[in-house]
Design a protein around this ligand. Structure first.
Ligand code: CA
Length: 233
């Protein structure tokens, strides 16, 4: 399997005011290959959610100013952000807290001190649901199958040959069939946030992807959304 074919690893936002805990989490997440952004408080967290569009949020309950609970409530009340999984971390284990945590829309909840191994397992469970192509899952759309662990793509049972960029592009599109992606969003996902690529480059690679998908016939599954970008189906 080629490193070049790997999708951008999911980005995890760690929100924790205690620097030692924040560093431990960051160290473990980076060791697992995740990208990490850190926030020390709720205000910073809200800003980073907007700017970085993380794939998952590890959110400490007890934070100065805006509490983790309130941060979670705001994220889950925002239609543009509510799909981001939130795992709440809390020092308080009372049942009532657990219920309140889940009532705010948190996707999971762990009580300190928690096992890092268990936390990573729960984090992967959330990401398998929201970012399956980055977690070695098999995706399918119509007659197309993408095996992200084996880095293989099949259409109508026949293996296709895709370049690494086309593979990442298809993985992104197949994670959310029907979603309209802007060129900028696709560039972030496929090339990475810190890489400068001309947005016309994306059109070239979409063209190559279509050609590869249609090599043995079949419809063009990648729709151009005029003035916006692209969508699968
Ligand atoms: Ca804290």
């Amino acid at each position: 399997m080629s490193v070049m074919a790997s999708l951008q690893k999911p980005c995890v936002l760690v929100v924790e005011d205690e620097s030692a805990q924040r560093e431990i989490l960051t160290y473990n997440l980076e060791a697992e290959g995740f990208q990490v952004v850190q926030a020390e408080n709720g205000d910073e967290a809200m800003l980073l959610v907007e700017e970085e569009q993380p794939d998952l949020i590890l959110l400490d309950w007890m934070l100065p100013n805006i509490s983790g609970l309130e941060v979670c409530r705001r994220i889950k009340a925002d239609p543009g952000k509510r799909r981001i999984p939130v795992i709440m971390l809390s020092a308080r284990s009372e049942e009532v807290d657990r219920v309140r945590g889940l009532e705010t829309g948190a996707d999971d909840y762990m009580v300190k001190p928690y096992s890092v191994v268990e936390l990573m397992a729960r984090l992967r469970t959330q990401l398998r649901r929201t970012r399956p192509a980055t977690m070695g899952e098999r995706l399918s759309y119509a007659d197309i199958i993408l095996d992200s662990a084996e880095h293989r793509v099949f259409r109508a049972g026949q293996a296709l040959h895709l370049g690494p960029t086309e593979f990442r592009l298809l993985s992104t599109l197949m994670e959310k069939p029907g979603r309209v992606w802007t060129r900028e969003q696709l560039l972030d996902r496929v090339w990475g946030r810190d890489v400068y690529v001309d947005s016309r480059t994306i059109d070239v690679h979409v063209g190559r992807l279509r050609k590869a998908l249609m090599v043995n016939g079949g419809d063009n599954p990648v729709r151009t959304v005029r003035g916006t970008g692209y969508a699968l189906g």
